[in-house]
Design a protein around this ligand. Structure first.
Ligand code: NAD
Ligand code: ZN
Ligand code: ZN
Length: 360
């Protein structure tokens, strides 16, 4: 079959790979209808995250139809339209039962094969899904596949970030980074009743998208600021947030970038006693704030991989209501064969690009 594979730093190949097959009785094979490119795919793409084997089928966001099931699969039948969270989970272990499905004892991340072990991804014609009954969720008829795709990762992650940050009724929340994840954190904070959501980025279209979702945009300045010291925050953004919060700072911050500078900024934006939730994937060995700072300002810091399977029903419910309308988030649709160009477009944030979806 045809698939996008990892060819090394900044190299994605439209490749021919072996057809996936049922390998375990709990598996399902899914024929992919739509696949997404995520900010997380950019970490190995740019070499910030290492270890991924070349030849790995990329991608962890997909919606499609079940075409075959293993003997132990009870709930799902061929023909079912399903969305997958970006990791598999068993539904029965301690972590799954407590809602932390991202840390399932048997869980695996799609699109990550390292040293020959792991799971191929969904930017492909077909994908093997282990633990299918507990992992996959049927898509309600009224939710289009493109939007269901958001529920499998970015929308769930936005809800998770908002909840971790404790964006409660009456709170002022700040979002650092308005990529698909940050924008969904804007939605999450609104859902939880935050009174105001301040959204920081440096890409004009992304700030406009945040504004359409009910946030107050704050421009962090020109893109070349990214080349500053890696853990320097933006003093102008901090000043702007202070000024609009009576000098105090935000109650909650969600960092949705994955860089030391962005996390540093999120820490500076919250008031004493505030909560910082980092949903960006961080690869630095240390935190860009000190224990002294955290103590002196009574900060709470929370982070981690989103248990997307846990948030999926909530995300699908939100999509079913149609409000807010998330369709404008999907700015580009390309055939799977154009995957290498789609990666470049998303990575360079060109052409107003927010979410790129691939059609096998
Ligand atoms: P993206 O690359 O499209 O978006 C990042 C945005 O941050 C861009 O718009 C960029 O302009 C902005 N930005 C960069 N530096 C900034 C700074 N210093 N201040 C303000 N804005 C800044 O990525 P995405 O798809 O939205 O994903 C965001 C992050 O979330 C990534 O690190 C991704 O790996 C991570 N992620 C985590 C989980 C999880 O489970 N925790 C799930 C999905 C994605
Ligand atoms: Zn992702
Ligand atoms: Zn489990």
């Amino acid at each position: 079959m045809r698939a996008l594979t990892f060819g090394g730093v900044e190299t994605v190949l439209y490749d021919t790979v072996p057809e996936p097959a049922i390998a375990d009785e709990g598996d399902a094979l899914v024929e992919v209808e739509v696949a997404g490119i995520c900010g997380s795919d950019l970490h190995p793409y740019f070499g910030r995250e290492t270890g991924l084997d070349t030849g790995t089928v990329l991608g962890h966001e997909f919606v499609g139809r079940v075409v075959e099931t293993g003997a132990a699969v009870r709930r799902l039948r061929p023909g079912a339209r399903v969305v997958s969270p970006f990791t598999t989970s068993c539904g029965a272990c301690f972590f799954c039962r407590s809602g932390l499905t991202a840390r399932c004892e048997q869980g695996r991340l799609f699109g990550w094969v390292e040293g020959g072990r792991g799971l191929h991804g969904g930017q492909a014609e077909r994908v093997r899904v282990p633990l299918a009954d507990a992992t996959l969720v049927e898509v309600p008829e009224e939710v289009p596949s493109e939007l269901a795709l958001l529920a499998g990762d970015v929308l769930s992650t936005g809800l998770f970030g908002a909840e971790m940050a404790r964006a409660a009724p009456g709170a002022v929340a700040a979002i650092v980074g308005c990529g698909p994840v940050g924008l969904m954190a804007v939605v999450g904070c609104r859902q939880l009743g935050a009174e105001r959501v301040l959204a920081v980025d440096r890409v004009a279209e992304r700030l406009r998208a945040a504004e359409r979702l009910g946030a107050e945009p704050i421009d962090a300045g020109p893109p070349d600021a990214e080349s500053k010291a890696p853990d320097a925050a933006d003093p102008e953004v901090t000043a702007a947030v202070r000024e609009t919060t009576g000098g105090r700072g935000a109650d909650a911050a969600v960092e949705a970038v994955g860089s030391p500078a962005a996390l540093r900024l999120a820490v500076e934006l919250v008031r004493p006693g505030g909560t910082v939730a980092a949903v960006g994937v961080h690869t630095a060995p240390t935190l860009p704030f000190s224990p002294v700072e955290a103590y002196d300002r009574n900060l709470t810091f929370r982070t981690g991989r989103c248990p997307a399977r846990h948030y999926l029903p909530m995300a699908l419910d939100l999509l079913r209501t149609g409000s807010p309308d998330l369709a404008p988030l999907i700015t580009h649709r390309l055939p799977l064969a154009d995957g290498p160009a789609a990666y470049r477009l998303f990575a360079e944030r060109r052409d107003g690009c927010l979410k790129v979806i691939l059609l096998p």
